[in-house]
Design a binder for this molecule. Structure first.
Ligand code: HEC
Ligand code: HEC
Length: 157
């Protein structure tokens, strides 16, 4: 009987201890945690590397993966950082654009050969959503410095 009570008390102390540790750990890092809500108040350009890393992991990747997976479950159901970043995800540079994915054609004929389904998906979903997540304006004729195809794809040689 006594042993049971002691066990219960010990378990209780254990749990409150854990709770205390997890809440204090949270409040300790709380002040340094960046805002990870996917909205346009994000200042990607001003984020340092660790903030960018956290934002990619917590917001960009979890938002973009389901979009790619819905477009082509077979190809993107298992999407990873490497799908966009290529070798940059392996050497930890995460440098973009990524020369390992499809290259943007330089000619009209080249563009005409591009897969139409992909083109629509890239134009209407990927570019726009990604720009939004990074708090950047999508590239268009009035926003030549906006976020566009060239932020992920390199140009054909
Ligand atoms: C849908 C494509 C996509 C996926 C998936 C993706 N990223 Fe990114 N990532 C980008 C783009 C585009 C940029 C560059 C934005 C810019 O032009 O500044 C970037 C930039 C970064 C940067 C900053 C690099 C720098 O030079 O400042 C880091 C770090 C990063 N990504 C990490 C990750 C990690 C970790 C994952 C997986 C959890 C990931 N990314 C998944 C598209 C992606
Ligand atoms: C956030 C990064 C990102 C942006 C922005 C982006 N793409 Fe892509 N694109 C990708 C990834 C990742 C793939 C898949 C690459 C792979 O699997 O090899 C892809 C694939 C494609 C393909 C299919 C190539 C093939 O395999 O046939 C085309 C075409 C394409 N993109 C065109 C565009 C165009 C045009 C734009 C601008 C309107 C654009 N992309 C913007 C990341 C991006």
């Amino acid at each position: 009987m006594k042993i049971k009570v002691i066990t219960v008390v010990l378990v209780f102390i254990g749990f409150t201890g854990l709770f205390w540790i997890s809440t204090s750990a949270h409040s300790h890092t709380g002040s340094k945690t960046i805002s990870v809500a996917p909205d346009t108040s994000i200042h990607w350009d001003k984020m340092d590397r660790s903030e960018r890393m956290a934002y990619m992991k917590q917001v960009v990747f979890p938002t973009m993966k389901p979009l790619f997976a819905a477009f082509d479950p077979k190809k993107f159901g298992n999407m990873k950082c490497i799908t966009c970043h290529g070798n940059g995800a392996l050497d930890d540079s995460y440098k973009m654009p990524n020369p390992q994915i499809w290259k943007l054609p330089r000619t009209k004929e080249g563009w005409a050969k591009a897969d139409t389904n992909y083109m629509n998906f890239m134009r209407t979903t990927v570019k726009v959503k990604m720009a939004d997540l990074l708090g950047l304006h999508p590239y268009d004729k009035d926003h030549k410095d906006g976020f566009g195809c060239g932020n992920c794809h390199t140009d054909e040689q």
